[in-house]
Design a protein around this ligand. Sequence first.
Ligand SMILES: [Mn+2]
Length: 424
Amino acid sequence: MLLEKDTILAHNETRMHRHHQVVAPFRDNFEKFEKIIELLTRFQVAIPSWALGTGGTRFGRFPGKGEPGSLEEKLEDVGLLHQLNCNSGAISLHIPWDIPESPDRIRSQAEALGIRFDAVNSNTFQDQADQALSYKFGSLQHVDKAVRQQAIQHNIEVIEHGKALGSKSLTVWLSDGSCFPGQLNFRKAFQRTLEGLQEIYASLPADWKMFVEYKAFEPNFYSMSVGDWGQSLLYAQKLGPKAFTLVDLGHHLPNANIEQIVSLLLMEGKLGGFHFNDSKYGDDDLTVGSINPYQLFLIFHELVEGMNARGMHHATDLGWMIDASHNVKDPLEDLLQSVEAILIAYTQALLVDAEALSAAQQQNDVALCQELLQEAFRTDVRPIVAEARLRAGGALQPLQLYRESNVRRALTGHRRSGKLATGL
Ligand SMILES: [Mn+2]
């Protein structure tokens, strides 16, 4: 469901006076104000199709009401998010959970909502009901060539689905690895994985990218075949210019310096995209910015610095996606919070005085370096983000409008009860 335009206008009207008061100091004193608004308006974050329903853990799942039961309904939900915040104009699909029955129809539905198709994701971490061979002991790393071939074929099919929708990238995340010492010959597993990725790479259209996502542990607990950014970079370098590393914020060991990883990958031209989420312990898939907003800001600072150094287009040269799971919150509320947190961190990073920081670094003025970063981080930039949204036709306070409009109650009313969203 979409909201009436008048509903958004009325919501904004009641908050306009206050908004003008809080945005005025930025508008009047910040040289970069208009440039930042322009960058924010262009910046779009892809919503994962699997995050629109309630997530679960291995202990259980507590589904909410009014969840989308089809790809059409998932698109409707992303359309609503995009209408509210004007920064959710893309969706990332998971195959086989979201195979479109009619790609043309889905494509025109997305177009009408202003949504494009971001990376398509393959899935070789589960066995599907109609699947001939099991991935229990891996997919591309498997000792049996027939299993490897099945996984390669699946990835090629995912590319075909993506082509039909206008997607331009494939994300490969492999759960492959081992649970116990001795289970796997690391070198042979790497070689088999590389050969499989090479076959998939050969099927990529000329204007596509392949993202190789890494993860430190889980579901395998002793080794992962793409376990860290070094291994992912090794694959990406061996594959060729269309292959890149994808950084999922929750896929590191505790306290990893993700901002440094991002900086070096950008330097090498091998950073492809992002999966945003937050975590306290591991791959917690929590709301972006909910646990460690300072780290998110530091990552964005390196992104802005690194992209500017290479003359990259902030909005389009990297893939920006959320990858999260909402076990206890309304997924749509969680996603609105996530997109807001991303835009806040991005805006704060745009406020950093890069010239002054570079000069302070040159002088070894460590205290000033810290001051310059924290000056930006401690600025409440929410009025700037709201101004960009207002100009794009969105709501000044998307989450509040979502609640005031009783969206979930309406969805619960017209979506068949007991229908569960596909996904994790
Ligand atoms: Mn991910």
